[in-house]
Design a protein around this ligand. Sequence first.
Ligand code: B12
Length: 212
Amino acid sequence: MHLIEKLKTLIIEGNLAQAPRATQEALQAGVDLREIIDQGLIKAMEVVGERFSSGELYIPEMLLSAKTMQASLNVLRPMIADRGIKAKAKVVFGTVQGDVHDIGKNLVIMMMQGAGFEVYDLGMDVPPEKFYQAIKTHQPDLCCMSALLTTTQGAMGKTIRFLKEQSVRQTVKVMVGGAPITEEFSAGIEADGYAPDAGSAVEKAKELLGIR
Ligand code: B12
């Protein structure tokens, strides 16, 4: 337990130099892989998400914690593949058509990965057809869209309409976000949910998918 606490603290602090080694130590000490992931990595990113949402942490610190978490996850990756540990949920994520802002999207993705989600990043300037193709291919639980421009937020509604036309809308939950997006806008385009930042995005996703 002590080793897990140490790892968790290193990730919260964004200690990129030491966290991978601490992950290795925990493994060598025989700590269960699932426990390292759930109680170390994921718990740490939960704390980081809460602190970011409450304004206690800023973007650079959050990015560093996310990077640190990913470095630790990389140490575990071969074992995860061996053990066939299943992701908590599958997500496809893109910045909508006409929009190339992807910093916020990438942050949300890192937090989702920290929470144990498997995320397919479609990149930016993603047309409705590409969201549709990704849903067909990956059969995700959740489809996430990001938009940073008032001129591109309309593309979210357009994408949802396209998913309806192609009869896949009912197969996924849709979550939207980005600076100009509001709860009202989200409801207006019939998305399932909205979150204002990367910390609360994970909480909202879990709520939508019924994950605890
Ligand atoms: C960086 C930036 C750029 C970079 C983008 C680089 C990149 N790789 O992303 C570049 C230089 C390319 C750029 C270009 C443009 N930009 Co710009 N840009 C910004 C800037 C400064 C920061 C955006 C950012 O990254 N914020 C930090 C991230 C972390 O925050 P975020 O994106 O909001 O994400 C958070 C939440 O919104 C949420 N979230 C985001 N996505 C999602 C998705 C889901 C599902 C959920 C749940 C949550 C969620 O979680 C994130 C983390 O907490 C903003 C101004 C600002 N200060 O916000 C302008 C801004 C967004 N840009 C603006 C404009 C106008 C443009 C241009 C049109 C400029 C021009 N005339 O060429 C072009 C458009 C290019 C295009 N077609 O997209 C305007 C938009 C105005 C508007 N309301 O429409 C802004 C607001 C600047 C301004 N004040 O005028 N831009």
